[in-house]
Design a protein around this ligand. Structure first.
Ligand SMILES: [Zn+2]
Length: 446
């Protein structure tokens, strides 16, 4: 490992750039300045843009006609380090143990974005210039929902015009196994409140004469799925294209599946929509989940109460072909139609994000696969989707009109967002190689 690179990495990790914490605001700003200096040192022209929140750093080389324009996106902010007592060493005092760097932000996203920045610097020093027109955008609010990014992209749409975006902030299927994530699920939230009598009632005096909202809620929730794990909302699956046979074959060959999911989750057995494997269920099929449920007496012992209300918090993971608004309208109609007598149902929509899929076998996708192979020689590239949601990818598509290649370097046990977050130096070095190979491969498509 180049010791200057390691020094840079450790310095970057020492900034407690926790975007959600107002007390760290000056550290977040100092971290943005450090990133801008690093980009400048890599040979780019850099501007630090103030926003209503934390700064956005943008670096670019000299753009020339006839070359492709590539944007690399990442973030310098991190999640809070709590719970501190579960860290084996202080989260902002990075340690290297067995060639693995431990610190908050090591994987998410400092190690990954710094690898790109250092890769750019290497190419500039060795070749004198980059093979593409490059824009590097590093923001400081990713962990709090990228609040000011959308406005920034809109205001600066012209300067940020590009042919595609590359992001390293997703996972790898295993150590040394290059991974290209080409799909993400969307999300839509809905809160249900079922109310009955004007106040809590004595269940001996009124029980049997007045409907019980907790029971009504249970009946409502039970109508979301059939016994085979399928979502029972009419039209819920409309518009979802069937999984391609190459996807099913490729995923079946991955080095993990039901057995590993069973081991990691500790569930007594796996259960989901009939006709699909666990990877298919989590990556390419929609879900309806109850995230929280409440109402009535929650204390120790018994209380003979007929609660006046009950609530449930739901989220739906959505897949390409589904539109959050259209799907949620169907869900509301279904729930209203099944609302038992004697209670009132109120529904409140929450946040929503569109699903995303890009073609991993498009010319850019194939170029990215070649770059991943060069970064991890001798290994086949895993083509996967992920079950989570990364809303900025759709924001990029909507405002800049371009696809995003998700070429992540995070390992399954990287502990992002958790105590003892870590990133192997091997992945850090692979990230530097990936950046160099990616820009070369994309330039070949000119
Ligand atoms: Zn994160």
């Amino acid at each position: 490992m180049n010791s200057a690179y390691l020094d840079d990495f450790l310095t970057f990790l020492r900034f407690p750039s926790v975007s959600t914490d107002p007390e760290q605001k000056h550290h977040v700003a100092a971290c943005a300045e450090w990133v801008s200096a690093k980009l400048r040192h890599s040979g780019l022209q850099v501007e630090v843009h103030a926003t209503g929140g934390h700064p956005i750093v943008v670096g670019r080389n000299e753009h020339r006609p006839g070359r492709r324009t590539v944007m690399i996106y990442g973030h310098y902010d991190v999640q809070p380090a709590d719970p501190l007592e579960l860290w084996e060493a202080p989260p902002f005092e990075p340690r290297v143990v067995n060639n693995i760097v431990f610190a908050r932000g090591a994987t998410d996203n400092k190690g990954q974005i710094l690898a790109h920045i250092l890769g750019i610097g290497e190419t500039m020093r060795e070749e004198g210039e980059l093979p593409v027109n490059l824009i590097v955008l590093v923001e400081g609010e990713e962990e709090i929902g990228s609040e000011h990014l959308e406005q920034f992209l809109t205001t600066h749409r012209e300067e940020l015009r590009c042919d595609l975006i590359a992001v390293s902030d997703t996972g790898m299927v295993g150590q040394g196994h290059p991974t290209f994530t080409y799909g993400l699920r969307g999300i839509a939230a809905l809160e249900l409140k079922v109310t009955g009598a004007a106040t809590d009632l004595h269940s001996g005096i009124y029980g049997g004469a007045v409907a019980n909202p907790a029971m009504a809620l249970a009946r409502l929730l039970s109508c979301l799925h059939d016994s085979e794990g399928r979502i029972a909302v009419p039209g819920f699956y409309n518009g979802i294209p069937p999984l391609e046979s190459w996807e099913r074959e490729a995923w079946a060959k991955l080095p993990f599946g039901d057995e590993e999911i069973l081991a990691v989750t500790g569930a007594p057995e796996l259960f989901g929509e009939a006709g699909y494997t666990s990877l298919e269920r989590t990556w390419a099929r929609p879900t309806a989940e109850v995230n929280g449920i409440g109402g009535g007496f929650q204390g120790v012992g018994t209380k003979t109460v007929l609660p006046r209300e009950a609530f449930a918090k739901l989220t739906f993971r959505l897949v390409p072909g589904q539109n959050p608004e259209v799907v949620m309208a169907k869900v509301r109609v279904h729930l209203l139609a099944h609302c038992p007598p004697g209670v009132k149902l109120e529904m409140t929509g929450g946040h929503a994000g569109e699903p995303y899929v890009t073609n991993p076998n498009s010319p850019d996708g194939v170029a990215a696969q070649r770059a991943l192979k060069r970064a991890f020689p001798g290994k086949e590239v895993a083509l996967i989707r992920e079950g989570g949601s990364i809303p900025i990818v759709n924001t990029f598509k909507r405002i800049l009109g371009v696809e995003t290649l998700l070429l992540g370097l995070a390992l399954p046990d990287c502990r992002a967002h958790a105590p003892n977050e870590n990133f192997p130096l091997e992945n850090f070095e692979a990230g530097i190689r990936l950046n160099r190979a990616l820009l070369q491969e994309l330039a070949r498509l000119t």
